[in-house]
Write a protein that binds this ligand. Structure first.
Ligand SMILES: Cc1cc2nc3c(=O)[nH]c(=O)nc-3n(C[C@H](O)[C@H](O)[C@H](O)COP(=O)(O)OP(=O)(O)OC[C@H]3O[C@@H](n4cnc5c(N)ncnc54)[C@H](O)[C@@H]3O)c2cc1C
Length: 400
């Protein structure tokens, strides 16, 4: 056992029991004992003021990483068009690069994708690692993981960021596994530790009940996937010169374990929530699926999309992909209208980046008003239709 408890020193205070995230310590006859749920994480050691708990695990030496330099962003493209999360990651990368005084680079894979470089430069890339090959035309796990691992292994970046999209979530663990790296998936916040310059990677843990901040101590690059919609894209006014580093690609047909026969695109109704400029969101206060209709009418009048809280999704009034919040989507529209939403912290986590927030709630003390730019205290079943009518009248006035 790596952790041991000295029962002569243990005073049965239970601090270790309370602090253990795995319920791996319990009290027996007034003394703390470990059970088989203990993972030897060591949380109890710091909590014990009597110094009764110790570990025989030796601290690993942290290797010297001075060779690893630069912030890299995976430039995800689909059919030759770059995805928005790439610009968001470059926006974040600009801040990280400035803080560390290191270069910001994009890694672009594809076939005949040179036209993308200019856009990457406009959003902050100071260099682009470019790998082009027919087998890289469309994303495929094996060829992409192979090529990226080779480039990362050769050039040794300090930080490597990938969007937590369907592609990113498939690619990142493959690259991490090939290079024996750590990976923090689905981050919602990234910053630099002022003490040692390492990357602080924050993400929801334990089903979203806590936010965990993770450091990659023993491997480089520090790899993280980041949720789309969380970071802000920042276009550069006068981008400086962008270095292009063309990489040779050694891929054979056998490196491709699957073959794309046909791409059938899912027909989506409306715009995705992360791209929507206006979102009308409903909460439990809407009352029923029928009640959602007035929200759809307002969204239509404003050219927006409809979303909801977890309550609304659980009630089945909207499909799961319309959930906003910590365990749903993170959105950044120009306007977010929260109707019958209390403003729980888990919901706010997904919509605080909205430019303007209007809250409609019949309870003037609802926490949503704390984050709203404008608040309407009233019954949404009266306010929302009145809002929609007013929008209709404005439109008629404009059209003469
Ligand atoms: C681990 C975890 C993860 C979670 N993840 C998410 C998440 O991703 N997204 C999310 O949304 N939640 C999430 N939740 C749930 C969250 O904690 C809240 O329970 C939820 O957001 C509340 O939803 P609500 O505002 O619709 O309902 P309520 O909190 O019940 O609020 C309803 C509001 O409607 C108002 N109201 C009622 N009738 C009217 C009316 N006629 N007119 C105007 N106002 C009215 C009430 O005053 C009230 O403020 C999570 C919870 C946990 C524990």
């Amino acid at each position: 056992m790596a952790i041991s408890i000295d029962h002569d020193l243990c005073n049965g205070c239970e601090k270790c029991v309370k602090v253990c995230p795995y319920e791996g310590v319990e009290l027996k006859d007034g003394k703390a004992v470990l059970n088989d749920r203990c993972t030897a994480c060591g949380a109890c050691i710091d909590a014990c003021k009597e110094e009764a708990i110790s570990s025989d695990i030796k601290e690993r030496e942290i290797p010297d990483f001075t060779d690893f330099k630069g912030i890299w962003v995976f430039a995800e493209q689909r059919d030759g068009a770059i995805t928005r999360v790439t610009f968001e990651l470059l926006g974040l990368g600009q801040s990280l690069a400035q803080e560390l005084n290191q270069e910001l680079s994009a890694v672009l894979l594809g076939y005949k994708v040179d036209h993308i470089i200019e856009e990457l430069k406009e959003f902050g890339a100071q260099s682009v690692y470019l790998a082009q090959h027919k087998l890289l035309t469309h994303y495929q796990t094996n060829p992409y993981a192979k090529v990226i691992s080779e480039i990362v292994g050769e050039h040794k970046p300090n930080i490597f960021l990938i969007g937590a999209t369907t592609i990113g979530r498939d690619l990142a663990p493959r690259v991490a596994m090939r290079l024996a790296l750590g990976l923090t998936a689905d981050c919602t916040e990234l910053s630099i530790d002022p003490e040692d310059g390492s990357l602080l990677q924050t993400r929801p843990a334990f089903g979203g009940n806590v936010m965990a901040t993770i450091k990659t101590l023993y491997t480089r690059p520090q790899m993280a996937t980041v949720r789309p919609g969380v970071m802000e894209a920042k276009r550069i006014d006068a981008p400086s010169r962008c270095r292009i580093i063309k990489k040779d690609v050694n891929l054979l047909s056998k490196d491709r374990l699957t073959k794309i026969l046909e791409a059938v695109r899912e027909k989506k109704k409306g715009v995705s929530l992360t791209d929507a400029k206006v979102i009308v969101a409903g909460g439990r206060g809407v009352g029923s699926e029928q009640g959602m209709k007035s929200l759809f009418a307002l969204a239509q009048a404003l050219g927006g999309e409809v979303a909801g809280t977890r309550m609304v999704i659980e009630e089945g009034w909207l499909p799961a992909e319309r959930q906003v919040g910590q365990t749903g989507q993170t959105v950044r529209p120009e306007l977010y209208i929260a109707c019958g939403i209390s403003g729980a912290i888990q919901h706010r986590a997904g919509m605080l980046g909205s430019r303007y927030i209007i809250a409609i709630n019949k309870d003037e003390r609802a926490p949503i008003f704390e984050v709203a730019d404008w608040g309407i205290v009233g019954d949404l079943h009266e306010v929302v239709p009145a809002f929609t009518r007013a929008m209709g009248n404005r439109k008629m006035e404009r059209e003469g």
